[in-house]
Design a protein around this ligand. Structure first.
Ligand code: AMP
Ligand code: MG
Length: 433
């Protein structure tokens, strides 16, 4: 395992007090490694899991050339441009029946969708396009071409081909595809166990009586929700007060039972912000050479104070305390890092979050030199383009701005102020939250 110092040394312009969002991504890609433990699970439990090995198809899907329509199958060679074709009906083939015998020239077969096409029949005319007259079928001129409405054997998945690559996070479509190959079990990477706790003397748990100066813990619930959406195993370690002893015990406990640790609060420069110091000391003393805290300030808003480090092999994500900052830093950094640990490929189409382009409906002040995330409502303007509007107060503690939003506006590092009508990038919540 590379030490954190080694990783930092390879990073251009590394500054633990002001790392760019891109720098954080590079650091995390080097710091977190995929789990190696795999297990076989029934397909019905495989949704959201990550494939541990490629799935090579044991068969052709579909298994035979077959009809894509209810209609009449015939040899397309008999078609001539501009001419009606009249064929003699030789029988009927339903889906699920074994293939019929080949036909003689001038004959056709009535077929239902999915029926096997006998050798020589390569074209299907939909039944609503023909005129049936006793045993004669009249196909009007120019209504089909040779090869129309036929599904070819193996056109979806060919026997021996890679149907899904290792590292795919299984979506409903993936699970369906695996089922179409007749496979009832799949090998997946072990589920990631993620422990999390909130820190702060002022944080109340649900059930505690309200008291002056205190706030109810929302971070454990947003974090848990985002972890559950990813199908991770969640270990809730509660609220830990701003007390070095209690924090130390919580970190040790978390590192003993989890693959990754997420905390919130205590990483800024407040007097009671012990989490960062504790992470640093503990990570160093428990696992000299391997552990440590790599950086603690990111050039972004919200989410500037954030500590990232490692206790032995276990990554630590010390998120800020403010509820919106927790969600934004989780989406920006923790989510991709955890997927990587869970064995997912960086280019998994399901896990990538493509940025859309939209027009800002308002002017926004933005400082160059940091990445900013605004909570926005994305909608379709009357000219058919996407437009975005911020959702009220953008303070990093205002969770309702997240509730009303359907996406995050991402204002890049170098960018300055945004004027009304400027094009901006948006990350949609669909699939993320
Ligand atoms: P801190 O980073 O610990 O100074 O916290 C920053 C702000 O976030 C403070 O106003 C905290 O009260 C608030 N905060 C910290 N943790 C939580 C939490 N778990 N739930 C809600 N608010 C929190
Ligand atoms: Mg605090």
């Amino acid at each position: 395992m590379q030490s954190l110092d080694d990783i930092a040394a390879q990073l251009q312009g590394y500054d633990p007090q002001a790392l760019s969002v891109e720098g954080v991504h590079s650091f995390l890609r080097a710091m977190v490694q995929p789990l190696q433990t795999t297990e076989s699970v029934p397909l019905v439990e495989a949704l959201g899991r990550v494939l541990a090995e490629a799935i090579v198809s044991p068969l052709d899907v579909p298994a035979h050339d077959n009809s894509a329509m209810d209609g009449y199958a015939f040899s397309g060679q008999a078609l001539h441009a501009g001419q009606t074709l009249t064929l003699h009906l030789a029988g009927t083939a339903l889906a699920g029946q074994a293939g019929a015998q080949p036909l003689a020239a001038g004959q056709c077969l009535k077929v239902m969708t999915g029926a096997v096409l006998p050798a020589g029949l390569d074209t299907v005319v939909p039944q609503e396009l023909v005129r049936a007259d006793g045993g004669q079928i009249h196909i009007p001129a120019n209504c089909v071409r040779q090869g129309d409405n036929r599904r070819l054997r193996g056109e979806d998945v060919a026997q021996g081909s890679v149907a899904l690559q290792a590292g795919r996070a299984l979506t409903p479509a993936c699970v369906g595809l695996i089922a179409s190959l007749g496979l009832a079990q799949v090998n997946v990477v072990r589920r990631l166990r993620v422990a999390y706790f909130s820190t702060g003397d002022e944080i109340l748990s649900l059930g505690d009586a309200p008291r002056e100066g205190a706030v109810y813990d929302s971070n454990r619930y947003t974090v848990r929700g985002m972890l559950q959406n990813m199908g991770m195993d969640c270990i809730d370690l509660g609220v830990v007060p701003d007390d070095p002893q209690a924090l130390q015990a919580a970190f040790r406990n978390a590192a003993a039972c989890a693959d990754a640790i997420i905390t919130s609060g205590g990483v800024s420069v407040g007097e009671a912000d012990h989490t960062k110091a504790m992470m640093r000391n503990l990570a160093h003393s428990e696992t000299p050479g391997e552990g440590g805290v790599a950086f603690w300030r990111i050039a972004m808003r919200p989410g500037r104070p954030m500590a990232v480090g490692r206790m032995g092999p276990v990554p630590l994500f010390g998120l800020p305390g403010n509820p919106v900052a927790v969600m934004v830093t989780f989406l920006a950094f923790v989510r991709p890092a955890l997927w990587r640990m869970a064995g997912a490929r960086d280019d998994d189409p399901h896990l990538q979050t493509p940025l859309l382009q939209a027009r800002s409906s308002e002017a926004i002040r933005k400082k160059a030199g940091r990445t900013e995330y605004q909570r926005v409502r994305v909608s379709l303007a009357s000219d058919g383009r996407l437009q975005v509007q911020t959702t009220g107060q953008q303070g990093s503690g205002v969770l309702s701005s997240m509730v009303q939003a359907n996406g995050l506006m991402v204002l890049e590092h170098e960018r300055g102020d945004v004027a009304v009508g400027d094009t901006v990038q948006v990350m949609m919540f669909a699939g993320l939250l």
